[in-house]
Design a protein around this ligand. Structure first.
Ligand SMILES: C[S@@+](CC[C@H](N)C(=O)[O-])C[C@H]1O[C@@H](n2cnc3c(N)ncnc32)[C@H](O)[C@@H]1O
Length: 188
């Protein structure tokens, strides 16, 4: 991704937490203008004039840890976040924190679905519904062609989990997902 962004004309800073990660990253971007740094999350770019930060390819907990230090970046960039697991939990955190969702889409690549958000974390969205239903259902993806398929995967996962244990919360989530799938199908 760093290579691609650099080839598209962007000035790119790529950060890695481990020495092995930095070595692999350096290999991957050699011959490009990408600046590689060793460091935790956003720390290497705190004082750089960044206009957009991409945090991708990690679980939602790591992403949340990294983006929660956004106030250290003087230039107040936009954030693109793409979790490998826990997208519904990341959605919940976005709603709880009140971060403004500028855009949301589900990317498809080799049968995998990747929910991705563009966020403005420096402006709190006070107008948004903050109830338990809105916190759970990621309706910001309604315009995405992969939305229903992704909801169905989330629902299947929960249904399977429910056959092994009883969870009132999970049953509620299955019901919310079912209602959303049905109403989206009616709109198609
Ligand atoms: C699954 S890999 C994704 C790699 C990259 N997106 C790619 O396509 O090659 C996740 C990478 O994030 C790095 N990472 C995890 N936590 C980090 C943090 N707090 N700061 C910087 N890098 C981190 C890991 O070292 C690992 O190399």
């Amino acid at each position: 991704m760093a290579r691609h962004l650099s080839a598209a004309g962007h000035q790119v800073f790529a950060t890695e937490l481990t020495l092995a990660g930095v070595a692999a990253l350096r290999d991957g971007v050699s011959g490009t203008g990408v600046t590689v740094s060793l460091g935790d999350g956003l720390q290497p770019v705190w004082h750089e004039p960044v206009d957009c930060v991409v945090v991708a390819g990690m679980g939602y907990e790591t992403i949340l840890e990294i983006v929660s230090t956004h106030d250290h970046i003087a230039s107040h960039p936009r954030f693109i976040v793409q979790p490998m697991q826990g997208a519904l939990l990341l959605h919940q955190a976005i709603i709880e924190q009140g971060w403004t969702i500028l855009q949301a889409d589900i990317a498809q690549y080799r049968r995998h679905l990747y929910p991705t958000w563009l966020l403005d974390m420096y402006h709190i969205d006070h107008a948004r519904d903050n109830g338990p239903h809105a916190q759970f259902l990621p309706t910001e993806f309604r315009g995405s062609p992969a939305y229903v398929e992704w909801l169905e995967r989330e629902r299947r996962f929960r249904r399977q989990a429910l056959t092994h244990r009883q969870s009132t919360r999970m049953r509620q989530e299955v019901d919310w997902l079912t209602a959303e799938v049905n109403s989206e199908r009616k709109r198609e």
